[in-house]
Design a protein around this ligand. Sequence first.
Ligand SMILES: C[S@@+](CC[C@H](N)C(=O)[O-])C[C@H]1O[C@@H](n2cnc3c(N)ncnc32)[C@H](O)[C@@H]1O
Length: 274
Amino acid sequence: MYDIELNPSEFKLFRTYIYERVGISLSEQKSMLIKGRLNRRLHELKLQSFRDYYDYLVNDLSGEELLFFVSAISTNVTSFFREEAQWRWLQEHLPELISTKRDKKIRIWSAGCSSGEEPYTILMFLQNHLPDFESWDIKILATDISSKVLTHAVAGCYELKQIEQLPKNIVVQSFEKIKNNDEIKYQIKPFLRDKVTFRLYNLVTDEFFFKNKFDMIFCRNVMIYFDDETRHQLIGRFAQLLSKGSPLFLGSSESLTTHKETLKLSGSSIYKKL
Ligand SMILES: C[S@@+](CC[C@H](N)C(=O)[O-])C[C@H]1O[C@@H](n2cnc3c(N)ncnc32)[C@H](O)[C@@H]1O
């Protein structure tokens, strides 16, 4: 057991730095979390204090340590078909959402996609509910701040326990069984993986480079770490990037208190661009 103390002035240094670099707002209560989760890291790096670790973090120009820090204090928890009510909403509203799509192009952004379950679920859903699925030009942009989860997402390999709750027909349609170093894994089939582009992207500090509008944006269980101002700015940008009538999906514990003139509540944490 390691036990290096994190004093209040050191905590403030981390709090300011993380807010500026990532937009994550650390409350005082997070001091224990940082101490607990980062102690082992200090030992690995042979550092004597959190002040030394702070210097190490800010001087790491590769940005890798920042990603390590963010991963340590946040959660990447996700699953296939998370937030069931939203998939029911989408099933009901899909005919209306696609009714004007004469070019048969669908563009979706999964912002904060973690290890890929969310973008792959979108494809599994569309495969089963979009008439004539093969004839559509579907592209999903899936982004996250963590390179570790993205590596997992690109491979699209999951364990049995992650997929055993899925309906059998979806498993057969979307996964193939592969042997990986004596381990059995279930990999998303290439024709689905090909429709997703995974990118490392920080929602708070990276520029919005997008040329085209999106038909859906999913940003679920990501903004929980952000403060009101950061959330406000991000939602404003999402609203600009959505085409008229298109939905923004948030996590079920998240709701909008601003941008009511452009985003109207339409379902469980689902907002439609007016
Ligand atoms: C709890 S997971 C949610 C995954 C998925 N959206 C879902 O609801 O199942 C939150 C993800 O947001 C990512 N994240 C946190 N801050 C971020 C930021 N500033 N920019 C991009 N991604 C971020 C984390 O790395 C993590 O993978």
